[in-house]
Design a protein around this ligand. Structure first.
Ligand SMILES: [Zn+2]
Length: 376
């Protein structure tokens, strides 16, 4: 059975949207959170366990996978889904962002980026065409355009330059995209925190035409208030009938605020990375399991959470695992964090369906303000 790639807008509550993205590897209910599977694995998790948390789509990193094990190798082995044993949808980034943040000696030209691998120092070229081709080899259900994202703060001139280059690269990415049933490509809106540049970027991308639109260049140091302000004027000019994806965001309250502003999809390393630094995210905010106050605490991390970590293990045990640097500690915390993020998304989806999203937001903040259960 083949499916067309499309987006169903199932309902709205204020500017929050409830939708469904259909892809070759199944549907994604939105608002959706995508765990990050950098090197063809969500660190410390079995793919079956990732699916059990409720995740319906994963993000794969083009930069990491092109270096190791190589996109051609993954293609020959049947694509990324088969390679990593994940049969649900996969979105891959373009590699651009990580080239900028990880690679050494990068040089940006009109053609693309030349860089040295952070692994062995070898030279590579990444262009809109090669990035798009690598994502095809990986068999990504959603391919991202190759773009340039300048770190903020930057001058308006610099932000404009990067946006204009990204729009020329978006056209080249689109021309290089091989259309296949159930597969789509997203354009990336750039323009920093400049309203006129964001609007111009949306117009240019819509002229080219994509299956979805991402908002890039945020969560790069501008702070939540500026990020929300940027969304306030960006999402209203984006197409209503296409999914909107806010890249690299974020903390739970970022997600709630962005869903309220009409965003449908998110990705962030935070829940999986925090699991490895002993930080847990709960309905009552973040909890650091390295803190000695958990040493003798027989209670679970969150008594209302149904994840395997909270169902069977105490804070005292998690503290012990963390202190002794046992692998199980980061496995359990990663599971809990991913579970919490997926529960948060599911809660928002239900609230939008029921027309109670505003109340959901009030309750979400009220519970966090009460703080960790220990202090109640
Ligand atoms: Zn839990």
């Amino acid at each position: 059975m083949t499916t067309d790639f499309n987006f169903e807008l199932l309902g709205t509550d204020g500017t929050a949207r409830r939708g469904r993205v259909h892809t070759a590897h199944g549907a994604i209910n939105t608002p959706a959170f995508m765990p990050v599977g950098t090197a063809a694995t969500v660190k410390a998790m079995m793919p079956e366990s990732v699916a059990e948390t409720g995740a319906e789509i994963l993000l794969g990193n083009t930069y990491h996978l092109m270096l190791r094990p190589g996109a051609e190798r993954i293609e020959k082995l049947g694509g990324l889904h088969k390679f990593m044993n994940w049969d649900k949808p996969i979105l891959t980034d373009s590699g651009g962002f990580q080239v900028m943040s990880l690679a050494q000696l990068r040089k940006i030209t009109e053609e693309g980026v030349r860089f040295r691998s952070h692994i062995d120092g070898a030279y590579y070229d990444l262009t809109p065409e090669s990035s798009t081709e690598i994502q095809r080899q990986l068999d990504a259900d959603i391919t991202m355009c190759f773009d340039e994202c300048p770190a903020l703060p930057a001058s308006k001139e610099r932000v404009n330059e990067a946006m204009q280059l990204s729009m020329r690269w978006a056209k080249r990415s689109r021309d290089a995209f091989v259309e296949r049933q159930g597969y789509g490509q997203f354009g990336i809106v750039q323009g920093g925190t400049e309203e006129d540049l964001r609007k111009e970027s949306v117009e240019k991308l819509v002229d080219i035409g994509f299956e979805g639109y991402a908002i890039g260049g945020l969560a790069v140091g501008e702070g939540q208030e500026l990020m929300f302000q940027t969304l306030d004027y960006t999402t209203p000019v984006m197409p209503v009938d296409k999914p909107r994806y806010l890249m690299g965001v974020g903390k739970p309250d970022d997600l709630v605020g962005a869903v309220a502003r009409g965003v449908d999809m998110f990705d962030c390393v935070l829940p999986s990375r925090s699991g490895r630094t002993a930080e847990a995210w709960t309905r009552r905010g973040s909890v650091n399991l390295r803190n000695a106050r958990h040493k003798d605490d027989p209670r679970p991390l969150d008594e209302h959470c149904t994840c395997p970590c909270c169902k069977s293990y105490s804070r005292a045990y998690l503290y012990h695992l963390t202190k002794t640097k046992e692998i199980l500690g980061l496995m359990l915390l990663t599971w809990h964090n991913l579970h919490y993020y997926q529960e948060l998304m599911a809660g928002m989806r239900t609230a939008i369906e029921e027309g109670t999203f505003e109340k959901f937001v009030v309750d979400f903040h009220a519970l966090r303000e009460q703080g960790d259960i220990e202090r109640v």
